[in-house]
Design a protein around this ligand. Sequence first.
Ligand code: GMT
Length: 365
Amino acid sequence: MKIGIVCFPTYGGSGIIATELAHLLSKKHELHLVSYDKPVRFEKKTDFFFHKVELLSYPLFKRVPCCYSLALISKLVEVTRDYALDIVHSHYAVPNAVSAYLAKKICKDSLKLVTTLHGTDSYLVGSHPSYKEVTQFSMQQSDELTTVSEYLKKLTLTKFDIQREITVIPNFVNPKRFKKLGKDRTQKIICHSSNFRPIKRIPDIIKAFKIISEEIKCSLFLIGNGPERPRAEKLAKNLKVHDRTQFLGNMKNVHDILGKSDLFLLPSEDESFGLAALEAMSCQVPVVASDTGGLRELISHGEDGYLVEVGDTEELAEHSLRILSDPNLQEDFGRNARRKVLEKYTPEKIVPQYEDIYNKILNNQ
Ligand code: GMT
């Protein structure tokens, strides 16, 4: 098969999954990754083609970001024509699925379209009045529409007026890379990674850490960058935990830190899936997360982690302390988490599910 994958290159789960999928599919298929920059998990040695969407900088466009969607259409038309693509798979509906639809109309009506919704493209950005109609249209026009959780599927069907099948294909993680590593320090490490947007509720982590660190010796490692970082740094200073908190910024090798962590916190307002939690679980790290969204499908409360009410920082701290102060519980949860990953969320389990839908739509013409 000749497959084009479109994604955002920035730090975020959708770009990570799209890039990992490109790496894995390129072992068997001709793969073309299209984006405006090399994505974050792009490896030096790749077996796929990378096509950069070039943007025309023009004063009139300064406050009108439509130029990206148009440039993406043109790039997709070019790649589809030059390489005779069979399928374009868009990760994140806005604007990728819309651009893919227009590329198909311009150059090749037999081109098949797959759209994977990752979360905010459906319930936040895509359902905003500015984008809703066009997002809905692109979902309806895709030959296959997938979501990363049952939760996101239900939410999409309530937010949008669409009559169609949606296939749930969960995210995956490479357990060979994301694995437990030996520790060289005695104190406990609590970790979080995200793009520091308000939805991640970073201040809740700092407030819970304050309570935890009064009980046990521990450090907080915060991986990532984003709009909430300055506020979080200020809060860490105000709560006098800044000397035990490390803001590590964006990291390519997140697994180096995760593999040495004792606990992962994800107190988000909402998560369609929670890829960061899955990566921690693969490293045998128990997760304490919000009792919301797709996190309920991923984490089993009391077996491999805990789910707590959104915004309840005391409950977040209390459940974290339960794990950190009981080495047997930490060990059991970590082992259960890793076992779940190996049973359900490896590339071997998930990638064939994407190949199945590609085969299905290509054989249906
Ligand atoms: O969570 C983010 O801020 C990034 C966002 C994205 O589109 O990259 O993540 C979404 O997709 C991930 C991969 O499928 C999911 O694991 C995240 O849960 C989802 N984020 C939200 O729903 C907030």
